[in-house]
Design a protein around this ligand. Sequence first.
Ligand SMILES: Cc1cc2nc3c(=O)[nH]c(=O)nc-3n(C[C@H](O)[C@H](O)[C@H](O)COP(=O)(O)OP(=O)(O)OC[C@H]3O[C@@H](n4cnc5c(N)ncnc54)[C@H](O)[C@@H]3O)c2cc1C
Length: 384
Amino acid sequence: MTRLIAERTGTILPGEPGYDEARKALNPALDPHPAIIVDAAAPADVRAAVAIARDRGLPLAVQATGHGTHVAADGAVLLRTSRMNQVEIDPDRRVARVRPGARWGQVIDAAAPYGLAPLAGSSRDVGVAGFTLGGGVGWLSRKYGLAADSLLRAEVVTADAEPISTDDHPDLLWALRGGGGSYGVVTGLEVRLHEVPVVHAGIVPFADLDRYRDWVATAPGEVSTALIISPEGVKLKVMYAGDDPERVLGPLGVSVEPMAFGQAVMGGTPARHLDFFHELSDEVMAVAVRAGEQATVEIRHWGGAIARHAGPVAAARASFSVIVSEPLPGLAEALAPHATGGSFLNFLADTSRTRQAFTGYDRLAAVKRAYDPGNLFSVGHTVS
Ligand SMILES: Cc1cc2nc3c(=O)[nH]c(=O)nc-3n(C[C@H](O)[C@H](O)[C@H](O)COP(=O)(O)OP(=O)(O)OC[C@H]3O[C@@H](n4cnc5c(N)ncnc54)[C@H](O)[C@@H]3O)c2cc1C
């Protein structure tokens, strides 16, 4: 059996050359020791990896970039997809067809010559597949929706190692639009692009929290903002994707530069604590300001087109997220009474809380039973 596996392209067993390099996680806290690594180059390799896992009774973990890998793939088949990173733009249909190892930076660069942009997030290095399956909130999402909603179709290898298309399986497409990656291995995605000739974006000093709260209550969908409160002071992240920045940003007293979408550097805050809110009450702001004396707090405005999400992403129903870079003592207790209780898969490392990221969990569980009844895809965030 071992000899047969080793003969397959891209398969690496413990002790073989390349094993230690290929097993590495991006997260330095993880030291995974998979039973078998498959470094896939094509959908046929993905089918082989799934068949190996199924035949040996091993769980299968998928890894494109490792940015969303929170659990070590110990004793599992680790399926790496980073070599399957092709990106193809169809400017007439305004779609990008991508393989599962592609990163957002590739799509941004390939779409830009056509004046098009994808619903990417704060990092070019993050993978399109994991980001989109986990919901995918980006700086254009208040205008165009979550990346999950831009997923038009996917090719998937299910637990029986067979390739299927979501064209024939609308229930699977619904689940993949934010319900995570535990129903099968996605081998191809088609995502919608948007005409975005220019954005006005930047990170500017900003002190007037009350003014922000008044302004944000009626801010239009073309503008996305986040307040950053830290020991260094308060800043505002802004991206405006409309044609009258003065009208929208003037009342806030800020001005940001025009640039191509791909040039905007919006940064991110590590989500050591994460909660969602329907409103920025006095109590929530007071806790955020106090936390900002010791850590970085990012208060981000959701809503707009995000609220049109019809899938399983719980966060789509909230108006604000509060991310804190450190799990400060008493913070969770102080925010909990005001929070929605929901979470967001892409910002959630704790796999014991996966369920909180979803609405319609029973429907997700039914899709899981239909496509992966034996729970082969069980490493990391999973539905059961
Ligand atoms: C620096 C940074 C910035 C970020 N910014 C944002 C942001 O702005 N908005 C946002 O929404 N999120 C953001 N994230 C979170 C990010 O979207 C998630 O971590 C996401 O899971 C990363 O996907 P990946 O494919 O790069 O990671 P991976 O670790 O390779 O994959 C993560 C998970 O996705 C699933 N998956 C990946 N590929 C497949 C596949 N082919 N088939 C089935 N399942 C698959 C698996 O469950 C896997 O465990 C950010 C993360 C980082 C580290």
